[in-house]
Structure formats: C-alpha cells, structure tokens
Design a binder for this molecule. Structure first.
Ligand code: PTJ
Length: 263
C-alpha cells in the first residue's frame, strides 16, 4: 500500500479499502471509475452501520447452497473486487468449488492481464484474459466471456455489476448471485439471490456457509434456495438504509436539528 494506515484509526478498515482501490488504479488493475463506484458503496455501507444484517446473512446462506448445488459455478472478477477481495474470492473458489473469471466493463486487454497477474501471484488460476465467446443480448464489453467458464456455467456470482449483464445472464438461463450494497440497483433487483453487503464481509460469510451446508443433501439445499425470498431481503435492506446508522454521539446533532426545525 502506498499509504500506511494507523491500526488504531477508528476508520481503519474503511481507509485500508480506500487505499487498496487507489493502489489498484495506480497499478492498472482498477479503472479510475472504480474510485467513484467505491465511494458510492461506502455511503450505503455507512448507512448500514458497516455490518452484516440478517437479510445478508440469509442471502449468503442461499448463495452458498446455490454454489454447492451448481454443475459449474463461476465467480466474476472485476477491477474493484480484484483489489478488495482477491484472497477471499480464491478461498471461496476452492471451497465451493467455483472457477474465477475476469469480466470487466471498461474493456482493456492490459487490465485483464494485470488482474490475472494479481491472481496468479496469489497462486490461483483465472479465466477471462482472452475471452472467446459472448453472452447474447448485451452490447457492452461485459458480454465477452470464456467458453470454458461463464458461457457454460449454470451459477454465476457477480459483484459491483451492471443490471444489463445480470439480466442477460438470467435470460441465458443462469442463476445469478449478486453482491451489491445498493438494494435499489438493477443488479440485485434482477438477480435471483442478492446480497446487500460489502464484498469484504460477504465473501467470507458465503464461504462459512459452504462449510455448514456441505453435509446437506442437494435436495435440502435446493429447498433452502427456493425458500429464500429475494424481494423480502431487498425490502428489508432498503428499510435498514432508510433508517440509517446513528453514531453514538448523534443525539446532540438531533437536538440541534429539532431546534432549527422549530424556528
Ligand atoms: O473493473 P470494471 O471495468 O468492470 O469496472 C467496475 C466498476 C465497479 C467501476 C463498474 O462495475 C461500475 O461502474 O459499477 P457501478 O455501476 O458504479 O456499480 C457499483 C455498485 O456496487 C454500486 O451499487 C455500489 O453501491 C456497489 N458497491 C460499491 N462498492 C461495493 C459495492 N457493493 C459491495 N461491496 C463494495 N465494496
């Protein structure tokens, strides 16, 4: 990291993530637009109190069941997730198991190579350096996929994704698991299993549930997936964000707002 974050800083984890994205831009892994996407995510995460809620917990459990029941599962990697959660994605890909595949919105062969180098330096294979197939019905670079990976997969896990590709993947008959901090975004609205949480918390939690559900039968896991109510999870996530997180010292602030309103 180009900047050393003091461990006792109250916003240590948030600052570490910020600087990882900054390093990603400087090293050619992350697109500059990724900084903006990250800032948007930070705002939602702040309102969620930067913690995992029940709606994410149950979605992560359903996601683990879907990954375990898959014929072929693929975890989609972009420039932001490559910097934030490379190790966690590799761990989940080994646990599920699932293939890793690069899929980026801002097309660049050089960036595909930078992302692949990062994963290979961590000991993991990754598809998607030179895509050879397309997902039908999509005009962006995200249509480009690997015929051994996403094209053939029945379950795809995406994060910080766009709604068009999620819709195209669903239309291609795939089960889509989406991690996105904005429950109103088209991606979680379109996916079958939406996890409204930070990728840094969601990936380890999905992995935790793959351990728990491994001993279950495929039928038991299929029942768990069908009982998961994506709409209800999104409604609960939106309600949590609208309620918002109140820092402990917010009372004084509330008093001054009420005083201003009375005037
Ligand atoms: O590497 P590329 O070229 O594929 O580009 C990747 C980005 C992220 C730049 C691209 O996909 C993009 O522009 O994404 P959006 O449309 O801004 O969507 C990002 C979504 O992810 C928003 O809804 C954010 O709230 C959410 N988000 C941001 N950071 C996180 C997050 N969700 C979970 N965890 C995060 N850390």
């Amino acid at each position: 990291m180009t900047f050393s974050v003091p461990k006792d800083h109250p916003r240590y984890h948030s600052l570490v993530q910020r600087h990882r994205i900054e390093d990603g831009v400087l090293s050619g892994v992350t697109t500059p637009t990724g900084l903006i996407a990250h800032g948007r995510g930070e705002a939602y995460d702040y309102l969620l109190g930067e913690r995992t809620h029940d709606f994410s917990e149950s979605a992560c459990r359903a996601a683990a069941a879907a990954l375990l029941n898959a014929r072929k599962a693929v975890i989609s990697v972009n420039g932001n997730t490559a910097m934030l959660v490379a190790e966690e994605m590799i761990d989940l890909s080994n646990a599920a198991p699932a293939l890793l595949e690069i899929n980026i919105f801002h097309e660049s062969p050089e960036r595909r190579d930078r992302i692949a180098e990062r994963f290979r330096s961590l000991g993991a294979d990754i598809l998607g350096t030179r895509p050879d197939a397309v997902i039908p019905g999509l005009s962006s670079a995200r249509a480009q996929v690997d015929s051994r990976g996403m094209l053939d997969a029945d379950v795809v896990l995406v994060s910080l994704e766009d709604g068009d590709r999620t819709a195209a993947l669903v239309a291609a008959g795939k089960t889509v698991i989406a991690i996105d901090l904005n429950p109103l975004s088209r991606t979680p609205q379109t996916a079958q299993i939406a996890i409204v949480d930070n990728v840094s918390r969601a990936f380890p939690l999905i992995q935790h549930y793959t351990s728990e559900l491994r001993s279950w039968s495929p039928e038991q896991r299929a029942r768990l997936i069908s009982e998961f109510d994506n709409r209800a999870a999104l409604v609960a996530a939106e309600a949590a964000i609208r309620k918002g997180f109140r820092p402990p010292d917010a009372n004084e602030h509330d008093e001054s707002i009420r005083a201003t309103e009375k005037r």
